[in-house]
Design a protein around this ligand. Structure first.
Ligand code: F6R
Length: 241
């Protein structure tokens, strides 16, 4: 695992964007795995700027990590809407090439199985972008997730639902379930690139990088990956020894 500690939050965002830019320029038909959440918002703004300055995503294929079960793509708090508003509306990606699990599928389990097949048919993920939850989750693989798991339905922990509450209207309960790529699905990517910023992530980052390999911290599975890059700002790196 390669750990890059950047001086500032902005530097961590720019470094992550550069790594994605290098990948897309060297292989315009890259298959990118994408994440959502607050950490990714400035990164997607930076990628949109790079697009305006010449970086094309026209040949890129994307697969997002997860989507809430029960939300249709046009629900304002769905990850479809998040991606559309924060990235896809600002770059030249072909909408046919941008994939997210359908949270409103009649059979969410079948949708999860089909999602893994779609990733395989696309040739697998070249670069998987990841954030990390305060409890060490990656995607929505909450603690105790099997390190070998595939795309499936997961029950979200109370802490994750609380962390996601700001995206939902007051009085609306965040969904209890999500379709998420499994830890095993994530580890199949040729390169995993995890971005973590801010002091609230410092304990989870320390557990991921220096803790035992354990389902108690699903992100620690990245210790097994032959090409995992972790980009941190100083605050997120503060608990590393
Ligand atoms: C969402 C996802 C999650 C987030 C994590 C951190 O697609 O993959 O694992 O990356 O919950 O979220 P933020 O960035 O909001 O702290």
């Amino acid at each position: 695992m390669k750990v890059l500690i950047c001086e500032t939050h902005e530097a961590a965002i720019n470094r992550t964007a550069e790594l994605i830019e290098t990948q897309v320029r060297s292989r315009p038909r890259t298959v990118l795995g994408l994440a959502t959440g607050g950490t990714m918002e400035p990164l997607y703004r930076r990628l949109s700027e790079l697009h305006r300055a010449s970086l094309s995503f026209a040949g890129v294929v994307t697969f997002n990590l997860d989507e809430y079960v029960g939300l249709s793509p046009d629900h304002p708090a769905s990850y479809h809407s998040y991606m559309q508003e924060r990235l896809f509306d600002h770059i030249d990606i072909d909408p046919q090439n941008a994939h997210l699990p359908r949270g409103d599928a009649a059979d969410p389990r079948a949708e999860a199985d089909a999602y893994d097949r779609r990733i395989e048919e696309a040739g697998g993920i070249d670069l998987q972008l990841l954030g990390i939850g305060r409890n060490g989750h990656i995607g929505f693989n909450e603690p105790t997730s099997s390190l070998n798991s595939r795309t499936r339905i997961k029950t979200l922990t109370r802490s994750t639902r609380e962390a996601n509450r700001p995206y939902f209207d007051a009085g609306t309960e965040p969904p209890a379930y999500a379709i998420t790529m499994g830890v095993g699905t994530i580890l199949d990517a040729k390169h995993c690139l995890l971005l973590a910023t801010g002091a609230s992530k410092a304990p989870a980052v320390a557990a991921m990088v220096e803790g035992p390999l354990s389902a108690a911290c699903p992100a620690s599975a990245l210790q097994l990956h032959r090409k995992a890059t972790v980009v941190l700002d100083q605050a997120a790196a503060a608990e590393l020894r």
